[in-house]
Design a protein around this ligand. Sequence first.
Ligand SMILES: Nc1nc2c(c(=O)[nH]1)N[C@H]1C(S)=C(S)[C@@H](COP(=O)(O)OP(=O)(O)OC[C@H]3O[C@@H](n4cnc5c(N)ncnc54)[C@H](O)[C@@H]3O)O[C@H]1N2
Ligand code: MOO
Length: 405
Amino acid sequence: MLTRRTPISVAEAQKRINEITLTTSTEIIPLTEANHRVIATDVYAPYDYPHFRRAGMDGYAILASDDHDYPREFTVLGEIQAGATWDQPLRPGEAVRIMTGAYVPKDAEKVIRIEKTRPSADKQKVTIITSERKSNITETGTDVKKGEIVLAKDQELNPGGLAVLTAFGIQQVTVYKKPRIAIIATGTELLGPHDPIAAGKIFNSNGIMLKNLVEESGGIVDFETQLPDEANVIKETLEKQMASHDIVITDGGVSVGDFDYIGDEARKADQLLFNKIKQRPGSVTTAFIQHKTLVMALSGNPGACFTGFYLYMEPLIRRYQHQPSRLRKVRATLAAPYNKTNGFDRYLRCTYEFKNNHFLVYPNGINRSGSLANLQTTNCLALIPHSTTPMKVGTETDAWLLPFK
Ligand SMILES: Nc1nc2c(c(=O)[nH]1)N[C@H]1C(S)=C(S)[C@@H](COP(=O)(O)OP(=O)(O)OC[C@H]3O[C@@H](n4cnc5c(N)ncnc54)[C@H](O)[C@@H]3O)O[C@H]1N2
Ligand code: MOO
């Protein structure tokens, strides 16, 4: 059925997606699974770090009042290994052999590095040759004081952050839940992964791309399927997946063809956000909310599907994690010809180069909506504003550098 759709701008479509109120929730997970997760609560230091006075060098611990008139011989009271403690008092003329990272005796104020000493053969005595400028002792709480925020919320944990938490004996962390996303590809032309290639048929190349794009952006794909263009099958699957997911992403079946059933579902939905955008590729990109779940209907055309994901889905998935989009908007110069003109703004798949403090963008291969050969090497999208004349080489425009590229 042919219906008239009202195209809106990309900015307006992005605004409508951005205005969706998200119900983000949190979960507690073991630290061993927390790399790249976003912490949802400030984490306070349960104790000082370090929590004992620690030797920064291998050497001999002595009293502050003894730090003079070198060379001078000291009596060695014993040895403190890292991990051990020491409770004997230290008196003038006495030293304790101490290792890096070991507990410093209470009354010791200085560790003289081993290089500046001459131990006797039986190790019972040591001659200190010269003093040290530094104490070589790390005082309690030098790094972090008890009660301070060691990691503030809303940041993505990385291996360094995991080390910080572990140092404080923290083994679990509260993080934002990842949105659960279902991916439904539609099209009777789609072959199963093990089918032989056949006339009129294609493999579901969008499926694996979308799954990995979702996961890279911080979502979980726990349902993925491909469906023939059959209204009932599509409707039933949509209903079921909407009930159990935060977002359902579909691709294909969204234009005005006789078998484009996703478009029909969109028009009947509780809230239609948009079903035509003034953009190429992907003018058919559609979004609607049904039973409080967002359905993002991307074009089946691979180039349009790729672009639509970055423009609308990546920022939304990141928002579930309280994180900004990873697309980096820059000003860039068109460095090679692109001669096509269009009534809609085009998000051209490009490669970029950073030269003399400036970004240069190069149109990447064939930029049709239905072409896909450039998807591996495309690392930015550049804006070719709608016009009746081609954009001249050397013109400045907006470009978005893509994450993980
Ligand atoms: N009469 C009109 N025809 C079309 C219009 C229009 O306005 N009037 N819009 C065109 C534009 S623009 C686009 S974009 C496409 C959008 O089509 P759909 O999103 O509905 O997608 P399909 O028609 O199902 O497929 C388009 C193309 O992509 C291939 N495809 C589909 N699924 C996959 C997949 N999972 N992996 C790889 N490739 C896939 C499919 O075989 C088609 O070749 O509509 C235009 N038509
Ligand atoms: O809307 Mo389509 O521009 O060819 O992807």
